[in-house]
Write a protein that binds this ligand. Structure first.
Ligand code: NAD
Ligand code: ZN
Ligand code: ZN
Length: 432
């Protein structure tokens, strides 16, 4: 193990040096010397949320072990999720700066004393929900409802600003206030339960999406309890919608229809999977086309992979202001119209507030099953890892941008504005 040190600055007893580690990566380090005592602080790079529209690559303190079930992970790859955009837009409130990111993987750097199944140097992917593994919900396959990971804001009610579910990495104080993994290092709590080792020979990009979007897309399909031969309509051709398409194919759906307002995203997923596509112009014509493709009945399963911030015109925005609502439920309403009687609507897109005029009568009349929520990654990740290992599914073909963590501001901007053909951004925390 060789470290090469470059002296950048010396001021009194403080030295700032750059260490080039054995893999050739730079690590910034403060060294404070006082008589015989030497204190070392590594300063890592991280994507920090400051305010809506302002996420920058800053230097922050390295994470440390706080509990003996923690590990410190050296992050080798991380991605920006559509959920991060809800913080970026200000749709989900966050008042203090926070290290972003819940899709990440890397190499174990340090382990707490209770961690026995992982050792320094192991390569792992980490599920995005932070879950203790021992509470009622963790034991019943619902890690996103963990009773222990989000003590300050947890509760059974599921309110707007109170009584939320379990914690998520880098996703507002309401969801636990944990630093995320769009960083060079991240603290992973409850590491006896979350991280999964990656088989040798698989690249980061092949497995990175097991942390979130593949299990999420898979969950949306799983909720539909398909038996094979069904028609699935997926609203949203972003990363989550794309993973839903791949999951519907794994479940032997006969027809997969994808709807989006962006032609380039529809083209990408059609080229990758051969699905059918509809360019959303308005709800009415979209629903009509889906009915035309399903003998007038509607799809067996509709998946909302858009959420509360769809493409909105002036009228949508005015309606939201008048009704004191955030965003719009127009995609969810289209799902409920486009699903067949007795069918299922899976809500993967995030809806953080309440909406009046929710069509309960339609749900009752059609007998729709509605399933919603953050995806329970832990109970399904091992099964999904096997699909990747066996080559039954390919996840990395949706990546359009590979950037250095230093370029994170640009990554958020193009992903948010859907510029430059952007579908999925992967960040390398060590690229200079
Ligand atoms: P994204 O923003 O890239 O994708 C959203 C897509 O919806 C875009 O392609 C956009 O053009 C499209 N869209 C906008 N208006 C539309 C309309 N009227 N009809 C059809 N499509 C429309 O984000 P993503 O990463 O794919 O995430 C999608 C949603 O899933 C987000 O709300 C995200 O927060 C959520 N999400 C949920 C979970 C979970 O566990 N439930 C996990 C990850 C992401
Ligand atoms: Zn996510
Ligand atoms: Zn728990």
């Amino acid at each position: 193990m060789f470290y090469v040190a470059y002296f950048n600055h010396t001021s009194g007893s403080i030295r700032i040096i750059t260490l080039i580690n054995p893999k050739g990566n730079p690590e910034v380090c403060f060294i404070i010397q006082y008589h015989q005592i030497t204190l070392k602080y590594k300063i890592m790079k991280a994507a920090v949320f400051h305010a809506p529209g302002k996420i920058t690559c800053d230097t922050v303190d390295d994470p440390v072990i706080q509990d003996q079930n923690d590990i410190i992970l050296k992050v080798t790859s991380t991605a920006i999720c559509g959920s991060d955009l809800h913080m970026y837009s200000g749709g989900l409130p966050q008042l203090r700066p926070m290290v972003m990111g819940h899709e990440f993987m890397g190499i174990v750097e340090e382990t707490g004393k209770n961690i026995t199944h992982l050792k320094v140097g192991d390569r792992v992917v980490v599920p995005f929900p932070i879950a203790c593994g021992g509470c009622y919900f963790c034991q019943h396959g619902l890690p996103v409802a963990c009773e222990n990971s989000n003590p300050d804001h947890y509760g059974p009610e599921g309110g707007i600003l109170t009584e939320k579910g379990g914690a998520l990495f880098g996703y507002t104080d309401l969801y636990g206030g944990y630093s995320g993994g769009q960083a060079q290092y991240v603290r992973v709590p409850y590491a006896h339960f979350g991280p999964r080792k990656v088989a040798e020979g698989l690249t980061d990009e092949q497995v990175l999406f097991l942390t979130d979007i593949f299990p999420t897309g898979y969950t949306g399909v799983m909720w539909g309890e398909l038996k094979g031969g069904e028609t699935v309509a997926i609203f949203g051709a972003g990363p989550v919608g794309s993973m839903s398409v791949k999951s519907a194919i794994l479940h032997n759906a006969k027809k997969v229809i994808v709807i989006d307002t962006l032609q380039y995203r529809l083209d990408q997923i059609k080229n990758l999977t051969g699905c059918e596509t509809i360019l959303w112009e308005d709800a009415k014509s979209t629903i009509e086309q889906i009915r035309d493709m399903t003998e007038g009945r509607g799809a067996d399963l509709c998946i909302d992979a858009v959420g509360f911030e769809p493409e909105r015109d002036l009228l949508d925005r005015a309606k939201a202001v008048i009704n004191f609502e955030k965003g719009s439920i127009k995609v969810l309403e289209a799902c409920m119209s486009a699903v067949r009687r007795g069918g299922t609507v899976s809500i993967l897109g995030v809806y953080p507030v309440n909406y009046d005029n929710f069509k309960l009568g339609q749900i009752f009349d059609k007998g729709i099953t509605l399933k919603a929520g953050q995806a329970p990654v832990h109970p399904i990740i091992d099964k999904l890892m096997k699909y990747v290992e066996n080559g039954e599914v390919k996840l990395d073909d949706i990546i359009t941008h590979r950037l250095a963590l230093d370029e994170v501001a640009k990554g958020y901007e193009i992903f948010d504005k859907k510029e430059d053909g952007c579908v999925k951004v992967v960040l390398d925390p060590w690229k200079v």
